[in-house]
Design a protein around this ligand. Structure first.
Ligand code: SF4
Length: 249
């Protein structure tokens, strides 16, 4: 019934992306849970994941990065103990702390790094910082599969060819371009490369052995549950449309 279950972190972030979707959520779900253990609502979340045998649990954020969570390793341990044996643990991160916390990074089953550009000036326009994480070094030290997810808009659309080539060079095997929530514009991504398959309504291309997906959130056919920082358990894949966050009445 559900494709995955997300644990969402909130609090101060180490990047300041102008498009950060969590800022569209009510303030009450963005209270910091970065130092909280156990997390609010975790019991009900674990019970729901086990009841529906949800295959993947992802640590991600609304307005913060999950690697900023003070109890990351302890939470992973608890999830390994308490979740059904087929549950896989995934990390969705901006990659800023990946090298510093590589030991914990490698305890997940897989990771997805949100990484929009190798160019410091472009990276700054998209994340508010000129410090670009060393993607090649992260990939060298990762012992788990790592996917790269790049938000695409007017700031980096002109760099697509160079970006794809550098990702390939760095050893990326799966790359996803995703448009921003509500952005109707469609960018030209590797037009010369054929679509080799479709994944949940999204086109997948082959670039010299690297899988490149053009992900369109609005067309995605996914189902998820989401544990917000205030303990709310949401049931909408698009977090801004979570029925549980609508004002009563
Ligand atoms: S890294 Fe993620 S959580 Fe942090 S500001 Fe950017 S989009 Fe928001």
């Amino acid at each position: 019934m559900y494709d995955f279950a997300n644990i969402l972190f909130a609090g101060p972030c180490n990047r300041a992306c102008p498009w950060c979707i969590g800022r569209l959520l009510p303030d009450r779900v963005n209270v910091s849970n970065l130092n909280e253990y156990p997390l609010r609502g975790l019991e009900g979340f674990v019970e729901t994941v086990n009841r529906w045998r949800i295959p993947q649990v992802t640590l991600t954020g609304t307005v913060s990065d999950p690697q900023l969570y003070a109890h990351e390793a302890r939470l992973l341990e608890l999830l390994r103990e308490r979740l059904h044996p087929c549950a896989r643990l995934a990390l969705h991160t901006n990659g800023v702390l990946a090298l510093r916390r590589i030991d914990i990074f490698n305890r997940y089953d897989r990771a997805c790094i949100s990484f929009p550009s190798f160019n410091p000036a472009t990276y700054a326009r998209l994340t508010g910082s000129t410090h670009v994480p060393d993607l090649a070094a992260i990939l060298r030290r990762a012992t788990i599969p790592v996917k790269v997810s790049a938000v695409i808009n007017e700031h980096n659309a002109g760099e697509v060819d160079e970006f794809v080539a550098r990702c390939h060079e760095a050893g990326v095997r799966r790359l996803v371009f995703r448009t921003l929530y509500g952005d109707e514009r469609r960018w030209s991504i590797l037009p010369a490369y054929p679509v080799v398959k479709w994944f949940k309504g999204n086109a997948v291309l082959d670039y010299h052995g690297m899988e490149v997906t053009r992900w369109d959130f609005d067309r995605a056919e996914c189902r998820s549950i989401n544990l917000f920082a205030d303990g709310t358990l949401g049931t909408s894949y698009l977090i801004t449309r979570t029925p549980e966050l609508r004002p009563a009445g």
